[in-house]
Ligand binder design. Sequence first.
Ligand SMILES: Cc1cc2nc3c(=O)[nH]c(=O)nc-3n(C[C@H](O)[C@H](O)[C@H](O)COP(=O)(O)O)c2cc1C
Length: 326
Amino acid sequence: MSFKPWLLLPPKLAHDLSPFALNLIKHMVTSTNDDWQSFTWRNLYFRNPLGIAGGVDKNVEQVDAWHRLGCGFIEVGTITPLPQGPNPGKIMDRDILQRAVWNKMGFPNKGLEWAIQNLKKLKRPFYVPLFANIGKNRNTPLEKAAEDYKKCILALENFVDVFVINISSPNTKNLRDLLAPDSLKPFLQEVLSSRRQNTPTLLKLSPDLDDDTLQNILNVSLAANIDGWILTNTTLSRPSNISFPQEGGLSGEPLATTSKDFLKKSLRFLGEHRQDKLVISTGGIMNADDVQERIRMGADLVQVYSTLIFEGPFFFKKTLKCLKQS
Ligand SMILES: Cc1cc2nc3c(=O)[nH]c(=O)nc-3n(C[C@H](O)[C@H](O)[C@H](O)COP(=O)(O)O)c2cc1C
C-alpha cells in the first residue's frame, strides 16, 4: 500500500487542505488518454463513465483539476442561491479501517454568484460534461424550497449540461420531506417547468426509502418527465460496527450493499419505462472492481466521493488503468 500522508491529518483539516493540493497537482498532470467505455447520452459525450459526486467540488473551484485527473464528467455543488456556512459542531469524520466517511455538512458553499463567476472562466463547452447539483438554503422554508431550485436553474442553465436536484441530503432539516410523493409531484412540476433550455435534470435519491416509497417516487418522477436519477446519497442507517453519531450521513464501503440493492430495485421497478433515462450509481464504489460491478448491474455512469478521501486524487487515473487492463 502506498504512503498517504493526508490520512495522518485530522479529517476536516485534510478536507480543507485538499483544494491547495489539487491546485499543485493539476500542474503536474496532463489529460492523457482517459477513454474507457465512452458513452453518448443525448448530445453529451462521456469519455469514461467515472465522475466526482456532489459535494467534492462545492464551489466550482477544481473543475480543471478533476478533468486533468481523468474524470469522465464532473458534478459541482451542492450550490444554493445564497452563500452559507456549515452546520454547527463537528461536520465530518472517517474510519480508515472500515473505509467509511461521516458528514453533517449541510451544503456549506459560496453561493450561486460565486459559482457563476467560476463557471464563466471555464472553456465552453467544457472538455467533459458538467453537472450542477442544486439545493435550497438552510433558512428557506420548505414551502418555498422550489423557489431556490428555480433560481439556481435560471442562473446556471447557460453554463452546465445537466442539473441534479438534491432533496435527499440528511443534513438540511426536513429536506427529505420533499421526496414524499405528495410533495414531490408539485415540487418537480414547478421546478422542471422553470427550465428555459430543457437542460436534462436528474433527481438524486436517498437510500433510506422503503420499497413502496421508492416505487412511488420513480413513478412520480417519470410522470414529471425527469431525465434520470442518481442512486444514492448518504445514509442515516448505521451498521453495528460503525461508531459515528446517529445524525449525519454515512458513505463509503459500508454504503455499498445498500446502494447496490437500491440500484437493482430501481432498475427492476423502472423496467421498460427506463428508456433513455440516465441512471448513475454512487455509494461505496471504492475501486475498479466496484466500477465494473455497477456498470454490469445496469448503471450508465458511476460517481465517487469517499474513496477519494482514502485513495487520493489519482484514483481516476489508477482505476482507469486497471479497467483498461481487465
Ligand atoms: C463529505 C461529504 C460531503 C458531501 N456533500 C454532498 C453535497 O454537497 N451534495 C450531494 O448531493 N451529495 C453530497 N455528498 C454525498 C455524495 O455525493 C455521495 O452521494 C455519497 O457520499 C455516496 O458516495 P461515496 O460512498 O462514494 O462517498 C457528500 C458526501 C460526503 C462524504
